[in-house]
Ligand binder design. Structure first.
Ligand SMILES: Nc1ncnc2c1ncn2[C@@H]1O[C@H](COP(=O)(O)OP(=O)(O)OP(=O)(O)O)[C@@H](O)[C@H]1O
Ligand SMILES: [Mg+2]
Length: 412
């Protein structure tokens, strides 16, 4: 995070966005992509998108004040397009408030020189300005002033799933098994809403860093910059330039650019594997054969005997054999090479709901040691600290301090 400050204004790693296929400029849209009757049908131009959303348009000075001039120590995280800062506003007037008073917000400030950043900024407003669901992060407003482009979200106190699974800092305790199931369920509900007839959206960037957690570990999907309207009529897919994040994108999508809701399901399977294993989808710090999580884990997933090779040793003893095998089976199904064998998001919700109920989660924030069961094992997946270095160069020529996959064009 500290290293974020220097790289906040680096050049974009997301060049190659094709606005023709962005779902902003050229899509006809059906008008069905709303969950509120007051929202107009899918907007088409930038002006329409900005005008039609029920979002607050913030003056830049207000966000500057709310974040205390984008103070480095208020950085919540960094993505491919810039940094996210913590800030405070008055909940009634939506003007800057003193730190610790009013409402906490997360302000994403985009790098200024990126065309693609602007397109994704607009896509975010287009989608999150229209779609409302408990498992989607709430966008409060935006700022467009001179070269400044910012997005203002509700603050998610527990940060991202990525932080909880992979950060080794002492303030990030490893997420317990029951909370992993709870988070997977919340994320599946968000995806099911996006894929529903009502919304018909393909998310295209399902990954651990885009799953944010509230104070009760309710999961909310964030980052709709790559989202696309799903196919309409008799079409089976939409054709796109391949965008997404290495390690999470479905193989057929990478090979053909044909995008379907089942591409998101594949990515969901990758996140399930990350939850099972505590390993990143791509980890360049591991031995070559273990760097790609799906390739490495696949042979172990179907067998009671072998599954322990994959499991995160930090949650040893917290789960029952049957629940682990159920999640592993779901992951295998989601990762089917053939998209039609992957379950849909509704089926994922049902399966995870059963698991969540049987784990006694239901809204509890209680200790997970008491959930511990019979399973003990020795695993080769020990929680040793890993040196982390970001896998792409940032604008100031320095590598940031940790590695994690980031959204980028997979093929240009
Ligand atoms: N609303 C929020 N509340 C709290 N923390 C947030 C919020 N939004 C983002 N963050 C934090 O900021 C980090 C950066 O978010 P951002 O969406 O910019 O990038 P990313 O998802 O990590 O990566 P990429 O740009 O590759 O998609 C997140 O991983 C999360 O830790
Ligand atoms: Mg994100």
């Amino acid at each position: 995070m500290g290293s974020c400050w220097g790289s906040c204004f680096s050049s974009s790693i997301k060049d190659g966005f094709d606005p023709k296929h962005s779902g902003i400029g050229g899509n006809s849209g059906s008008g069905s992509k709303v969950s509120s009757a007051t929202v107009p049908s899918t907007p088409r131009t930038e002006g329409e998108i900005l005008q039609s959303s029920n979002l607050k348009s913030f003056p830049f000075t207000e966000l500057k004040a709310a974040t205390r001039n984008f103070r480095p120590d208020s950085v919540l995280g960094e993505g491919g397009f810039g940094c996210v800062f913590k800030g405070w506003i008055d909940e009634h007037t939506l003007t800057a408030a003193r730190p610790g008073t009013g409402m906490v917000i997360a302000v994403k400030r985009l790098n200024q020189e990126s065309f693609q950043g602007h397109q994704e900024w607009l896509a975010e407003i287009n989608y999150l300005g229209q779609l409302y669901h408990p498992n989607l992060v709430k966008l409060i407003g935006y700022c467009l002033e001179d070269d400044h482009r910012l997005l203002v979200y509700e603050f998610m106190p527990k940060g991202s799933l990525e932080n909880h699974l992979f950060r080794r800092a002492s303030y990030f305790q490893p997420l317990s098994w029951n909370l992993r199931v709870k988070v997977a369920l919340g994320a599946a509900k968000g995806l099911a809403f996006l894929h529903s007839e009502k919304a018909k959206v393909i998310y295209r960037d399902f990954k651990a860093s885009n799953i944010l957690l509230d104070s009760n570990y309710n999961a909310k999907l964030s980052d709709f910059g790559l989202a696309k309207d799903g196919p309409t009529g008799s079409k089976s897919h939409v054709s796109t330039r391949v965008m997404g994040t290495y390690g999470y994108a479905a193989p057929e999508y990478m090979a053909t650019g044909h995008l379907t809701a089942k591409s998101d399901i594949y990515s969901f399977g990758v996140v399930l594997l990350e939850m099972l294993s505590g390993r990143r989808a791509i980890d360049k710090n591991r031995p070559t054969k273990e760097q790609n999580l799906v390739e490495w884990a696949r042979p172990y997933l179907g067998s009671k005997r072998k599954i322990f090779q994959v499991l995160d040793a930090r949650i040893e003893g917290q789960y029952s054999m049957s629940s682990v095998l159920k999640v592993a089976t779901l992951a295998v199904q989601c990762l089917s090479t053939e998209p039609k064998f992957r379950p849909n998001a509704e089926a994922l919700v049902k399966a995870l709901e059963q698991l969540n109920d049987s784990s006694g989660n239901e809204g509890s924030g209680r200790s997970h040691a008491e959930m511990a069961s019979k399973v003990h094992h020795s695993s080769s997946n020990s929680p040793k600290a890993r040196r982390k270095s970001r896998n792409h160069e940032v604008g100031n020529g320095k590598a940031a301090s940790y590695e994690r996959p980031s959204a980028s064009p997979l093929r240009t």
